[in-house]
Write a protein that binds this ligand. Structure first.
Ligand code: NAP
Length: 387
């Protein structure tokens, strides 16, 4: 397994919201596989830089691209490039201690933040902005993010959907969690939900019904005693981000005309696309493939294969199907050398080195009641790994 960062686990480390520690327990499955003597990790190795896909294809029977979708989609509206407007593709790895996003410093000196999108990523971002920050103390949120959120002036977080509640991409377990937030009001307009229930008709799809039930519960049990509030807006299509040298507001078009919200931070969570790798064909933000087969002995799994949809379980079954395909394709195994011959860099993080990093982070977190205290900078990670 080759990884660009000094740490494995991909989105489990740098994507999953830190207040959802249960989802991260899938890492135990990764570590079980990593304990197999036939598994080897080569982290801190970048494809395209230190090694090419073509070189790997020559040396190995099968090469699998599992690089996900790292780039945030953009809205294409005026003002999107103003400071204070950013993608969830930058904001999420910032609070998750990804080394490349440690210094993005989202402006939190404003009362109001806006999150665009009605999916689970938008929900994660809005929750992180609207939680009482001390709730993050017992999590593995990056220290720099906890410190910034503790001094944040943000009290109102708007999460906006361009369509009605019946079309929202949130999943119902995430919605059902919202009324349980202990220090945050969650506001949904009951009239919006009632109208969506009417539009959805007598026999809505199971997921739509489950979502609308969960939203009705939120709309009927609103609190207003807390200092921080998450507001849901439906049928709000972003039109323009306002400001001269930084974000000052956002204009939406709605069925009732244009609406302006004053804000200092806009986070766009409207989906992702894959970042290119040399030697791999891409189209529409995905690797060109048929059922996971790209060309010759090159395969793809996960979001890079299907696009950025589906939860961890979706990707597990998807990967299993591609592995079956690989096994059935395999004819005579190659006897052609080893990746180690191709690597000239000294600072490869192997499984042993990663275990050192892992143990150091877990040990540093323990006295603080955290599952781990993440190291952020590459140099620090390499040092912990023994380099
Ligand atoms: P998503 O579920 O596809 O949601 C994207 C949202 O962005 C949709 O509401 C979409 O609205 C909206 N959107 C797209 N283009 C837009 C535009 N130009 N203007 C305004 N809105 C726009 O994507 P995601 O939130 O990035 O999540 C990706 C996958 O990861 C999903 O399968 C999600 O469930 C999963 N995930 C799961 C969890 C969890 O289980 N806790 C956490 C995070 C992510 P339209 O429908 O109108 O296009």
């Amino acid at each position: 397994m080759i990884e660009r960062l000094p740490t494995p686990w991909g989105l489990v480390r740098s994507g999953v919201a830190p207040d959802h520690p249960k989802i991260k327990t899938v890492a135990k499955v990764f570590e079980k596989i990593a304990a197999d003597p036939n598994f080897r990790l080569f982290a801190n190795v970048e494809i395209g830089n230190q090694l090419t896909v073509a070189q790997l294809q020559e040396k190995y029977d099968a090469v699998v691209i599992a690089t996900g979708s790292a780039l945030g989609k953009t809205l294409g509206i005026p003002g999107e490039n103003l400071p204070g407007s950013m993608s969830a593709a930058d904001f999420v790895p910032w609070y998750n201690a990804h080394p490349d996003f440690a210094t993005i410093n989202p402006p939190l000196d404003c009362e109001t933040a806006v999150v665009i999108g009605a999916g689970n990523v938008a929900m994660d971002v809005a929750r992180m902005l609207a939680l009482e920050p001390s709730e993050l103390d017992p999590t593995d949120t990056a220290d720099h993010a906890i410190a910034a959120l503790k001094t944040s002036s943000v009290r109102d977080v708007y999460i906006s959907a361009r369509r009605g509640p019946e079309h929202a991409a949130f999943t119902s377990p995430e919605l059902r969690e919202l009324p349980k937030l202990e220090h945050t009001n969650v506001v949904m307009n009951k009239a919006d939900i009632d109208a969506a229930i009417v539009r959805a008709g007598d026999a809505p799809e199971k997921d739509v019904k489950s979502n609308l039930d969960a939203m009705l519960l939120i709309a009927e049990s609103q609190k207003n005693e807390h200092e921080r509030t998450m507001h849901f807006l439906f049928q709000h299509t972003p039109k323009e981000i306002l400001g001269t040298d930084k974000v000052e507001g956002i204009v939406y078009s709605t069925p009732n005309g244009d609406v302006t919200i004053k804000c200092g931070l806009v986070v766009t969570a409207i989906g992702y696309q894959a970042a290119d790798i040399d030697g791999v064909p891409y189209q529409n933000g995905k690797v060109v493939n048929i059922d996971g087969r790209v060309k010759e002995n090159l395969y793809v799994v996960g979001w890079a294969k299907r696009g950025p949809s589906g939860v961890i379980g979706t990707n597990k079954s998807d990967a299993a199907a591609v592995v079956e395909l690989m096994v059935s394709d395999l004819k005579t195994p190659k006897l052609a050398g080893d990746i180690a011959e191709l690597l000239t860099i000294a600072s490869v993080i192997d499984q042993m080195a990663w275990q050192k990093i892992n143990e150091a982070e877990v040990a540093a977190g323990e006295p603080l009641g955290k599952p781990r205290k993440k190291a952020v900078l590459r140099e620090e990670l390499l040092r912990l790994g023994g380099h």
